[in-house]
Design a protein. Structure first.
Length: 285
């Protein structure tokens, strides 16, 4: 265990009876379109869990509104910490070690802003040595969850990846706690998504990343990074284009607006049409 390990309690029991939510964030081998585009047959197995389901349109509107509010509150809270905020604003000029040392402070502020129980935060290269990041949860025994970051993997990624993934994975803890403690529209969607994440298999890239929890966590993380960088940083590997923002702070694919321009097409099919640009980008076409 190295100097990046921050523990609230022992993690020896973490692996017991836990469902682990994970997807590789490195570019996938997706020359086969079936591994990239959204699959209606898979998503129909748990329609309440996906952002591309027609019946989740109201959920999307509520989630976009909540994400916008929370991202701005988080940004404002960071601004109040002068030393930390100044370091975050000059992130690109810092060494990797300096960046990693900032993450626990950002984590604590995010937990406070989101008014949740802080999950376990583990930053080391040993708990899940083959994985870059992870949010560990158990739908049978809901708790606060565990956020894992692997410095050995993150140091080879784009500059903002450690910060973006910390924010993203911590957002999962908020979603998970909400989903298993309330009966609101947002909570029901998150519960369905985490349950599907634990039970279904055979996900494509777009299937996994349009699960409501992944879709929204990437939006939230990308939104905060956008605010910190005045929307100057493009991170094309951070989720689908439905969770990424352009240089004007607008979603590259807006799932709320998409049906209005594609009245005779399902939301899933309309997304797949718009996602061709990301498919080409990821495959160098």
């Amino acid at each position: 265990m190295n100097n990046y390990c921050f523990l609230n309690k022992k993690v020896a029991l973490v692996n017991i009876f836990l469902a682990v939510a994970f997807i590789s964030f490195s570019p996938l081998s997706q020359a086969n379109p079936d591994k990239f585009y959204a699959n209606p047959d898979l998503q129909s197995q748990a329609p309440a869990a996906f952002a591309l389901t027609e019946s989740n349109k109201l959920w999307l509107k509520d989630a976009h509104h909540k994400r916008d509010q929370d991202a701005l509150r988080f940004f404002d809270a960071l601004k109040k910490e002068d030393k930390l905020f100044n370091s975050l604003r000059k992130w690109q000029s810092l060494s990797f070690e300096q960046r990693m040392k900032l993450l626990p402070s950002v984590f604590q502020i995010e937990c406070k802003v989101l008014e949740m129980v802080c999950p376990e935060l583990v930053i080391n290269n040993s708990l899940y040595p083959t994985r870059a990041v992870n949010f560990v949860f158990d739908v049978r025994f809901p708790g606060s969850g565990l956020v894992f970051l692997n410095p050995d993997k993150l140091k080879d990624m784009e500059t903002y990846a450690p910060l973006a993934f910390l924010i993203h994975e911590t957002r999962h803890a908020y979603q998970f706690q909400l989903g298993f403690s309330q009966e609101s529209l947002l909570a029901r969607g998150y519960k369905a998504a985490f349950t599907a994440q634990a039970e279904l298999s055979g996900y494509s890239f777009s299937d996994f990343l349009t699960l409501l929890n992944e879709y929204e966590a990437f939006q939230f993380g990308n939104h905060v990074i956008g605010l910190l960088t005045d929307w100057r940083i493009d991170m094309p590997n951070m989720g689908t284009f439905a969770s990424q923002f352009n240089a004007k702070g607008q979603l590259k694919i807006n799932l709320i607006e998409l049906p209005e321009a594609n009245a005779n097409t399902s939301l899933l099919d309309a997304y797949n049409q718009q996602a061709k640009a990301q498919y080409r980008l990821r495959n160098g076409i």
